[in-house]
Design a protein around this ligand. Structure first.
Ligand code: SF4
Length: 707
């Protein structure tokens, strides 16, 4: 019989925003297995295929183990030590800042960092360096939802709990293949639907995904037409008298302008724009309008769009018009893509934010944070967002770039240009657990980071629930926790930039960072100043707000109908549908959609190390409707050239009638380790939403030809 593992350490899964609790089986040195944590409220002990194989993905052959440095672009990196590596980085950053100013350096971080890591990076960039050039890959993930919540409801706060999903009478799942991207939450939904078959589920997705298997109604809208659909539903809700006039009058503003706007969104017009049947539109409106409780879930299909902010607002409009928010089973509920994108938003890890859901562009907010940190001021200049940031690198304006826990050479759109930017940047630091990522290739300094199970901190999942993440085993070789690397570098940099002054980075643990950070949330919408690691350990994971003196977290927001806006009322946004700029044409006759596979995660730096996770999908394959194959005289399995205006790939094609004619689908995960040439994002476009700056990763016009 196998020897039982000697220890179990509670942590969370490091993949999606469901934030499942895990118990790491280990012997103090090595991770031996993983179990779902039965006491965690997100998953009650269940794990999906990715979470349950976490222990198989720690492949040491792929791990960065020692600092590596090169002193010239054409040279190979060689092993260094931490002192030498960080002294060198501090010297280069000091020289660059002195010569070109603080905005000549930038930090690009990740929704997979822990909250304490984020906080250290934010303080480093804003308080020490004096730049707002700190953005995160969450810009590619949730920034449209951030704008949506803030504009409509006054704060970046998903108002619901997972239990609301189970208790709802009608769910609208828009732009989310939840079955693959948030599997455990989907399992909870499946169980709820099995227990209450009257629960109605509407799925809005151009593709017939696995999530549609649970749908009572699938609206396969044409890509990018969501705003027209939501306005069309509101048109019908108004026509049929299914809006909640009392709620609108008591708790909202701006309804008249929206009412005027949606007059133009007749069922005939919307059916034409969205490419759906009028009857299906009517049915969706009826299901929503007559439901005792209505909840919507959405993800990248809404957010990764040049109309991402408008899509979010148009969906939230439906909740405000029907009074379906702030009560059991009701509300707009964004599904967070990454495990701690929420923590990033809370700590201010987008260039336009500051800790505690503050704004970098707000003088009062800057003064509050500067006072708390004990510095004279925080930078006023507008920070660059992800796409802008790498454009600035390519243009030579950013001369030193620090990348942590993310792989922009694969995950950013228009990949070729990102590679050019990284190749041209005078000094690139990559702080990373896996040296195999595409971005590491460009590192002048590679800093080995601790990974899942190897470091302590906290994360916030999609339902605002904070979990204390614990360290089970030491990091391999010389890898260190991200917060420790950041603070160690910062202490060296402040000797140059603030000589003789007390250190801003006198932290000896993740807990010390948490304790400093939490007071910056006091009296803010997300107030978590009453939390501590001890409370999280004793009472279990908690949902914010959790102010000082609270006995428990807050399951649902806005139950009293008051919103954190200037007037205390929620805001209707009246914005017309605008078609995406890039459309099908004679040269590029297909619209390409990208998305997730069930068993892979992002750029596969971790999941790509476990053979078992290739059982579901072995290789990159383009999905086309059988008619499109026939029209091109292509056979399934044949190699094709897939081209957009930005680049091309060679890969096999498959017939797939879940994709409508005129469209194509390719999973997002494949990079140049698995494809000839660059990866999926060589095709995608960098155009972004004017407010959220989130790029249009889900819609690119492409052509397909025999290879
Ligand atoms: Fe991990 Fe998400 Fe799967 Fe839960 S649902 S085990 S958080 S990947």
């Amino acid at each position: 019989a196998a020897t039982p593992p000697s220890q179990l350490t509670a942590s969370t899964c490091c993949y999606c925003g469901v934030g499942c609790g895990v118990l790491i089986e280990h012997d103090g040195e090595k991770i031996l297995g993983v179990q779902g944590d039965p006491s965690h409220p997100a998953n009650h002990g269940k794990l999906c295929s990715k979470g349950s194989t976490l222990h198989l993905t720690g492949d040491l052959d792929a791990r960065a183990l020692y600092p590596e440095l090169r002193l010239g672009k054409g040279l190979a990196r060689s092993r260094s030590d931490w002192d030498n590596a960080l002294d060198h980085a501090a010297a280069v950053f000091t020289e660059t800042i002195r010569e070109h100013g603080p905005d000549s350096v930038a930090f690009y971080i990740s929704g997979q960092l822990l909250t304490e890591d984020y906080y250290a990076f934010n303080k480093l960039a804003r308080a020490l360096v004096g730049t707002n050039n700190i953005d995160s890959n969450s810009r590619l993930c949730m920034s449209s939802a951030v704008v949506g919540y803030k504009r409509s409801l006054g704060a970046d706060a998903p108002p619901c709990s997972y239990e609301d999903i189970e208790q709802s009478d009608c769910l609208l799942i828009a732009g989310s293949n939840m079955a693959y991207a948030h599997p455990i939450l989907f399992r909870r939904l499946e169980a709820a639907k099995a227990a209450r078959p009257d629960m109605q589920i509407i799925v809005v997705d151009p593709r017939r995904t696995d999530t549609c298997e649970l749908a009572d109604l699938h609206l396969a809208i044409l890509p990018g037409t969501d705003v027209a659909l939501f306005h069309g539903i509101l048109h019908l809700l108004l026509w049929e008298g299914w809006v909640d006039r009392a709620y609108i009058d008591a708790h909202t503003e701006g309804f008249d302008a929206l009412k005027t706007l949606v007059r133009d969104y007749s069922p005939a017009a919307v059916a034409e724009i969205c490419g759906i049947e009028q009857n299906d539109l009517l049915r969706a409106a009826e299901l929503i309008g007559k439901a005792p409780s209505f909840l919507s879930l959405w993800c990248m299909g809404l957010n990764q769009s040049t109309a991402g902010s408008a899509k979010n607002s148009a969906l939230i409009n439906l909740h405000l018009a029907t009074g379906q928010i702030g009560r059991v089973g009701a509300g707009p509920f964004s599904l967070t893509g990454q495990p701690n994108a929420m923590g990033g938003r809370e700590t201010g890890s987008l260039s336009n934010l500051l800790p505690g859901h503050r704004e970098a562009g707000n003088a009062e907010h800057r003064a509050e944070v500067a006072r708390y940190w004990g510095v004279d001021s925080l930078p006023e200049s507008t920070g660059l967002t992800a796409i802008e940031l790498f454009e600035a690198v390519r243009a030579g304006k950013i001369k030193a770039l620090w990348i942590a826990c993310t792989n922009p050479a694969q995950s950013l759109p228009d990949q070729q240009k990102v590679h050019e930017a990284l190749a041209a940047c005078p000094f690139v630091v990559v702080q990373e657990a896996f040296f195999t990522t595409e971005t590491c290739h460009y590192a002048d300094l590679l800093l080995p980071a601790a990974s899942w199970g190897e470091k302590e901190g906290s994360v916030t999942n999609s339902e605002r629930r904070i979990t204390h993440v614990r360290r089970a085993v030491p990091a391999p070789a010389e890898a260190r926790p991200d917060w420790a690397i950041t603070c160690d570098f910062a202490r060296r940099l402040e000797q140059q930039l603030r000589p003789g002054l007390p250190s801003l980075f006198d932290f000896d643990s993740a807990q010390a960072l948490f304790e400093e950070y939490k007071h910056l949330t006091r009296d803010r919408d997300l107030d978590l100043s009453g939390l501590s690691y001890a409370i999280l350990d004793n009472q279990g994971p908690q949902q914010w707000p959790f102010p000082a003196g609270a006995q428990h977290g807050t399951a649902r927001l806005y139950e009293n109908g008051r919103f954190p806006t200037a007037s205390g009322r929620a805001q209707f946004l009246a914005e017309p549908y605008r078609a995406a700029k890039e459309q099908r044409d004679a040269r590029y006759p297909l619209l390409l959609n990208t998305g997730r596979l069930r068993d892979q995660w992002h750029g596969m730096s971790r999941t790509g190390t476990a053979a078992r996770l290739f059982g579901h999908a072995e290789e990159a394959v383009l999905s086309l409707h059988p008619d499109e194959l026939r029209n091109r005289r292509l056979e399934a399995g044949e190699l094709i050239v897939l081209r957009s205006r930005r680049g091309g790939l060679i890969l096999p094609v498959q017939a797939d009638d879940s994709v409508r004619p005129g469209q194509a689908y390719l999973p997002m995960h494949w990079g140049n380790r698995f494809l000839k040439g660059l990866g999926t994002n060589v095709l995608t476009q960098p155009a972004f939403d004017p407010l959220s700056k989130q790029p249009e990763l889900k819609l690119s016009s492409v052509e397909v030809a025999k290879a």
